[in-house]
Design a protein around this ligand. Structure first.
Ligand code: MG
Ligand code: MG
Length: 254
């Protein structure tokens, strides 16, 4: 396993890609309402990303047709944008990657379509909280297991399940670099975190059990038991000053 560390200048380039990504997610958030199709969201996102002189990282990645992954309800990740029209009460996970000047940023969040059930609200709030808790662990001297464990701790305390067969990853010039970052596991184990490492941390959580299955399109991944799923992701740099979130969608007013 070779982890490619980034200089502060390179991290700034990733932050610039991340800024476009945050604004893309804001654009998507403004468009989400009952009746809008996931394809319409994807078209708007791609247009915006290209208008900023950037490239959608997902489009064409291993043949993926969209600029966004749009995954409603029991779909966990990797949904292909299409004719599905959002309905009031849905949750929709939107994952996006942006390449600017050769550097990649990757982030996701799950949106509510109108008012949602209290179970769905707990799922979204808990998954986002687990990501923020994990982000806090991205410090020099901590170990990778501290990050993984932070997610699991927050999620399982609420009686929800961490998807185990999908992981976060290092990121930089390539969207998927070493190391793999599970969302569960013991604290205090794994590699030591060092300045210049950049991670995409992405808890995927269900209201049921953790097992998942692949859809018939060979992209979409669903909870096996049909329970609701959420997916939140940041690209985060480990700096001398602590964690630096390069895709701070949580700070941006929509
Ligand atoms: Mg992603
Ligand atoms: Mg990712």
């Amino acid at each position: 396993m070779a982890i490619v560390k980034k200089t502060p200048e390179q991290i700034d380039k990733m932050r610039a890609a991340g800024d476009i990504l945050v604004r893309t997610l804001q654009l998507v958030e403004r468009k989400i309402r009952p009746g809008v199709t996931t394809k319409e969201l994807d078209t708007a996102a791609e247009k915006f990303i290209r208008s900023q002189g950037a490239t959608p990282a997902f489009k064409g990645y291993r043949g993926f047709p969209g600029s966004l992954c749009t995954s409603p309800n029991s779909m966990v990740v990797h949904g292909i944008p299409g004719p599905y029209a959002l309905r009031k009460g849905d949750v929709l996970s939107v994952d996006c990657g942006v390449i600017l000047d050769g550097w990649v940023a990757d982030a996701a969040r799950t949106f509510a379509v109108g008012s949602i059930s209290s179970t769905a609200r707990k799922l979204l709030d808990t998954t986002a909280a687990s990501l923020l808790h994990a982000a806090e662990q991205c410090r020099v001297g901590n170990r990778l297991g501290d990050v993984s464990h932070a997610v699991q701790e927050v999620v399982e305390a609420q009686g929800l399940s961490v998807v185990r067969s999908l992981v976060g990853h290092g990121i930089g010039r390539d969207m998927h670099e070493d190391p793999q970052i599970p969302n569960y596991g013991p604290a205090g184990k794994g590699i030591k975190l060092e300045e210049g490492m950049v991670f995409a941390i992405e808890p995927m959580v269900t209201t049921g059990r953790h097992a998942v299955r692949m859809g018939e399109d060979h992209w979409s991944i669903y909870s096996q038991d049909g329970s609701l799923a959420a997916h939140f992701e940041f690209t985060i740099a480990i700096t001398a000053d602590g964690p630096s979130i390069l895709t701070p969608w949580h700070e941006a007013a929509a």
